[in-house]
Design a protein around this ligand. Structure first.
Ligand code: PLP
Length: 457
């Protein structure tokens, strides 16, 4: 049905891939993905892969949901598009706004729609600055973010993000008035401390930065509840409550970037609920439609909405595809599925705890120093030599690219697992069953053995 070579040639000749060395890829040929069902995808050669990454952290309800395809088809015939600029709305957008308010924490009664998570974070910046301006504090426009954070690929998203690889590649990429603090990564910074002590210390960096910048200039702090693209960085339990306390103390807006954590990934509708914090704004995308159609946005808490709406007049911001009726129809069906199949509760009470238990068993492998999960996001560290504590382990020389070797074995053996340096991560679809978790863990163990054998050879 598919001529793999022909597609690869077209791809190599014309398609610049995201976050990829396009020239190097062209020399080997991209794998052509043609089909998905449940937690599996197939390539054009008929090879099946267990999608341990839910696409890019988005395929929450799994592939092949006919009811989402049907909802999209029906909406496309009825009204494929209309905008929300001309004092107009559409039924799916209004209904989805109400649905999102229903499933969000109580402080959220409004939503702003975008086409992606990056646009959502751009929206956050504009909204936060507008908020403080309307209150008469124009100079309060600095946003504090974190190193190794990922907040998207637009200039503003990449500036908010703390990915050195992105900042390095484009001289002057960062927009002004965004500053960064360290990430709450215990393996990296917690030597000699308990995780709880380190969590408080890492949150304290926010207070230090506020005092350094001047509290009267700081508008907001943004963070992913669990840093995803940075390598599933799960903060100690003390971290987020302390961040909340600091934001409250200085009156700073708290933005949770829920693009990955939202829609059930951590066993709650939103990651901030898992950590017990009360953000003023929440960015969402990905899981809102399970990736079936692009859609993103910002949940706007009452503190911001009251000012923006009551005092703001026109908010001069928006996208052609804000409130796209077809995307909103897909999201409504996706959320209906999550609710009907109780996927959030399953991850919280059943499959999430099971994954935690099974994933933790990988820590006995000679290559693995830490194997940890938070809901349906998991990461394990590959080390050259294990030690008495995670901080006494000897890491591999990064030039060996051990993570990539392991990833290669995973792909070769039929499972997608991502490597962030030597930290291997998964974030499987929320529909993954107990039997499928067993299959994943077995495959991972097998590929750890294969990696070890390679290193010894
Ligand atoms: N924020 C987070 C936490 C993300 O993980 C991502 C994408 O991976 C984004 C924002 C950007 O979303 P998008 O790729 O839809 O622009």
């Amino acid at each position: 049905k598919y001529d793999t070579r022909a597609i690869q040639e077209l791809d190599a000749a014309h398609y610049i891939h995201s976050f990829t060395d396009t020239k190097a890829l062209a020399s080997v040929g991209a794998r052509v993905i043609v089909k998905g069902q449940g937690i599996y995808i197939w390539d054009s050669e008929g090879k099946r892969l267990l999608d341990g990454m839910s696409g890019l952290w988005c395929m929450n309800v799994g592939y092949g949901r006919k009811s989402i395809a049907d909802a999209v088809y029906v909406q496309m015939q009825e009204l494929p598009y209309y905008n929300s600029f001309f004092q107009t709305t559409n039924a799916p957008a209004a209904q989805l706004a109400a649905k999102l308010v229903e499933i969000s924490p109580p402080q959220f009664n409004h939503v702003f729609f975008t086409g992606s998570g990056s646009e959502g974070n751009d929206t956050n910046i504009r909204m936060v600055r507008r908020y403080w301006d309307l209150l008469g504090f124009k100079e309060r426009n600095v946003i504090i973010s974190r190193h190794n954070a990922y907040h998207g690929s637009t200039i503003a998203g990449a500036s908010l993000g703390g990915m050195s690889g992105m900042h390095d590649q484009q001289i002057g990429i960062a927009i002004p008035n965004i500053v960064h603090i360290g990430q709450p990564y215990y393996v990296e910074g917690g030597k000699g401390k308990t995780p709880e002590e380190f969590g408080l210390e890492a949150a304290g960096w926010l207070e230090q930065k506020i005092l350094e910048v001047g509290a009267e200039k700081v508008a907001a702090f943004i963070g992913e509840p669990v840093q995803g693209a940075g390598g599933v960085i799960i903060p100690p339990s003390t971290y987020w409550p302390e961040i909340q306390r600091i934001c409250d103390r200085y009156g700073i807006l708290l933005i949770a970037d829920e693009v990955i954590c939202g829609f059930g990934r951590l066993g709650h509708w939103f990651g901030s609920e898992y950590f017990g914090i009360k953000p003023d704004l929440m960015t969402f995308a990905k899981g809102v439609t399970s990736g079936y159609i692009p859609l993103g946005g910002v949940m706007v808490g009452d503190r911001v909405a009251d000012v923006l709406i009551e005092k703001g007049g026109d908010f001069n911001h928006g996208f052609t595809y804000s409130g796209h009726p077809v995307a909103c129809a897909a999201a409504l069906e996706n959320i209906r599925i999550i609710q009907e199949e109780q996927l959030v509760e399953k991850v919280r009470n059943e499959t999430g705890p099971y994954l935690k238990k099974k994933f933790a068993t990988l820590a006995d492998h000679p290559l693995v120093s830490v194997a940890e999960t938070c809901g349906f996001a998991a990461g394990l560290n590959l080390v050259q030599k294990k030690g008495a504590t995670v901080h006494d382990c000897v890491p591999f020389d990064s030039k060996l690219e051990v993570g990539m070797i392991c990833r290669g074995h995973m792909f070769g053996n039929g499972m997608i697992m991502r490597a962030v340096g030597d930290r291997m991560i998964i974030a499987p679809p929320l529909v993954t069953t107990i039997a499928e978790i067993d299959e994943m863990i077995e495959l991972i163990r097998h590929c750890l053995d294969a990696t070890l054998a390679d290193l010894k050879a």
